[in-house]
Design a protein around this ligand. Structure first.
Ligand SMILES: [Fe+2]
Length: 246
């Protein structure tokens, strides 16, 4: 079963994958599907808040840029789709706290941006990146995709299934983001866990002095109601400092 909300262009570049990592555990699978439907309904509701063009134009804070860091994959995985927990059609999922990470890519006026390529990369639950220079390489979770892409449709929505980020030496938990449009990298940033005690000890995070700028890249990871398997949801809207026509 493929993740929903995936535009046709994503389906083309990525092979469909088996969604249920525990084929013999139908109860869990059924529960997972129900939770996912609930989650997607939540997405629609959230999206409705932004459907009046320009309504919040004056209030939108542009997403603060952050350093790309050294761990953008030096060799992209064969599977680059938006489900980072399952690689191709394998049945063993990655370890970690399952998180549905979603949001919209918006322009400075609050209009959704379509055809924005959202890329994320993050370390696995052991703190290892999909990169030859990563620490903890011997402990790398071979089942974690480590990188994913999503091409937005007309709603500007994106969706990933991944893990809640974990700290690694020198860094608080974060997920790296790059937004590309027409092949050009328009924004590189990182998002952080709201309320995580490591944030204030992290030099890159601490270097952001402006409170609004910090808030623009700090998001809550919340338990999904009625999830029997402890899924989390995190929403990160990305406001670009440009308009599609610019
Ligand atoms: Fe990092």
């Amino acid at each position: 079963m493929d993740l929903e909300l995936k535009p046709a262009s994503n389906q083309k570049q990525n092979q469909p994958k088996t969604y249920n990592p525990h084929p013999n555990m139908n109860t869990i699978h059924s529960s997972r599907c129900q939770n996912r439907r609930r989650f997607l309904r939540g997405l629609s509701f959230g999206a409705a808040l932004f459907t009046v063009p320009g309504l919040f134009a004056d209030e939108l804070v542009r997403t603060h840029p952050q350093t790309e860091g050294p761990f953008y994959p030096d060799k992209l995985p064969l599977d680059t789709d938006n489900d980072l927990l399952v690689i191709n059609d394998t049945t063993t999922p990655a370890l970690g706290e399952m998180t549905w990470l979603s949001g919209r890519v918006l322009d400075a006026r609050g209009e959704p941006i379509r055809n924005a390529l959202v890329e994320i990369w993050q370390c696995d639950h052991n703190g290892a990146y999909l990169h030859s220079g990563t620490s903890n390489r011997d402990k790398r979770d071979a089942h974690f995709q480590g990188f994913g892409r999503f091409l937005t449709g007309s709603s500007g929505e994106y969706l990933f299934r991944t893990i809640k980020p974990v700290p690694y030496p020198g860094r608080c938990p974060h997920i790296h983001f790059a937004i590309k449009m027409k092949g050009r990298k328009e924004l590189v940033t990182q998002c952080y866990i709201e309320g995580h005690p490591g944030n204030e000890k992290d030099g890159i995070y601490r270097s952001i002095k402006d409170e609004k700028a910090r808030k623009s890249i700090t998001i809550p990871f919340v338990a999904m109601k009625n999830s029997r398997i402890g899924e989390l949801a995190a929403r990160f809207d990305i406001v670009m400092g440009l308009t599609p026509a610019a």
